[in-house]
Design a protein around this ligand. Structure first.
Ligand code: X2X
Length: 345
């Protein structure tokens, strides 16, 4: 009898513990703070976009969802090509990330890095806002994150400390910092340069010390960081690649939110993405491209290519395009080429 009573007591205690645990989980379902990863922080369109997203979510959820920004991919010690894995594993709760940094894990994202696929902003929009964008979102969803909205880092223009770049021959032997995504090494090798893969965290001291001659990034970064002060005296606007940004949330975090809060976070991402994109294009979409004048006023030689000059770069990188088309998926690339050809200019 005594044993039976003890057993019953244990069962009751376990049941009580169980319901306590359930209540605790329900309460703990929302974290006090969510961690948003970014490479570039506020002060750049990318970082501002993350802040706008976080602020809108806080306001619209009356503080139920609080987001802290971690620029410089600091949750993963600056190692930006590990960001996607960290998101999937829950080391990062949410992110505004570049397609380039996630492409080592999601090979379809290399689409946007195919050289000269997107000749203008209308071409980028035709991809991100059309069926190709939907397919990419489906792929991301299957890869374990919830994609919500598009933004933009921007057209990546090449800068250096040596000479104006007008033809692939001008790049010969030049030491260029490239992101840690292999297609970039392939492109710069095809152009005769000497590419060195490094994270953005390592790129800045490498530029300052002259360990590398040049780099490629959107032009707002040139002005924000005053790259002319670290010897970057030559800029060529070749528009070879542009990297979109994608606003995403880790799946478990997403599933822990009520449908109403999910809708708020999604809409806030769309709104923030639109504002971010406008910031990223500001000064570059106007006919006189004021950003170029700002950079020239810094004492920098800005080289714009004629159609024929640009074509030499297209030709030199074509084997890389063809090689990577297979990795991205021939069907996806064909769909993208059709969307670009059919775009409204
Ligand atoms: O590392 C870069 O060049 C940057 C900041 O543009 C990206 O994160 C892709």
């Amino acid at each position: 009898m005594k044993l039976r009573r003890t057993l019953l007591g244990l069962v009751a205690a376990a049941a009580a513990l169980g319901s306590f645990a359930t209540a605790a989980t329900a309460q703990a379902a929302y974290k006090a703070e969510y961690r948003m990863s970014l490479v570039l922080g506020p002060g750049t369109p990318w970082g501002n976009g993350g802040k706008i997203w976080a602020d809108l979510v806080k306001e619209r959820t009356q503080g139920r969802i609080n987001i802290k920004l971690y620029p410089g991919v600091s949750l993963i010690q600056g190692d930006q090509t590990r960001e996607f894995s960290a998101l999937r594993q829950g080391v990062i709760d949410m992110a505004v990330g570049s397609t380039i940094n996630w492409s080592p894990q999601v090979k379809q994202l290399n689409l946007f890095s195919l050289p000269f696929l997107m000749p203008d902003y209308a071409a980028i929009d035709a991809l991100t806002q059309g069926d190709v964008g939907k397919k990419i979102f489906q792929t991301l969803d299957k890869s374990g994150v919830v994609p919500l909205a598009w933004g933009e880092n921007g057209y990546r223009e090449v800068t250096n400390s040596k000479r104006p770049i007008k033809s692939p021959a001008d790049l010969k032997g030049m030491k260029i910092r490239v992101v840690g995504s292999p297609i970039f090494s392939d492109m710069f090798s095809a152009l005769g340069a000497n590419p060195t893969q490094m994270s953005w965290a390592d790129a800045q001291p490498a530029l300052s010390s002259g360990a590398v001659d040049g780099q490629e990034n959107p032009l707002f970064l040139f002005t924000v960081l005053k790259m002319h002060t670290v010897g970057q005296k030559f800029v060529t606007t070749w528009g070879y690649v542009a990297d979109p940004l994608i606003f995403v949330v880790n799946k478990d975090i997403w599933n822990s939110w009520t449908p109403a809060d999910q809708a708020i976070v999604r809409q806030a991402a769309v709104d923030a993405g639109q504002q971010e994109l406008a910031q990223a294009r500001k000064g570059l979409v106007e006919a006189d491209k004021p950003v170029l004048k700002t950079i020239a006023d810094m004492g920098v030689t800005v080289t714009s290519l004629s159609a024929a000059e640009r074509d030499a770069f297209v030709k030199a990188t074509r084997p890389v395009y063809d090689k990577w088309k297979v990795t991205v998926g021939a069907d996806l690339v064909a769909a993208a080429e059709r969307a670009v050809a059919a775009r409204k200019k």
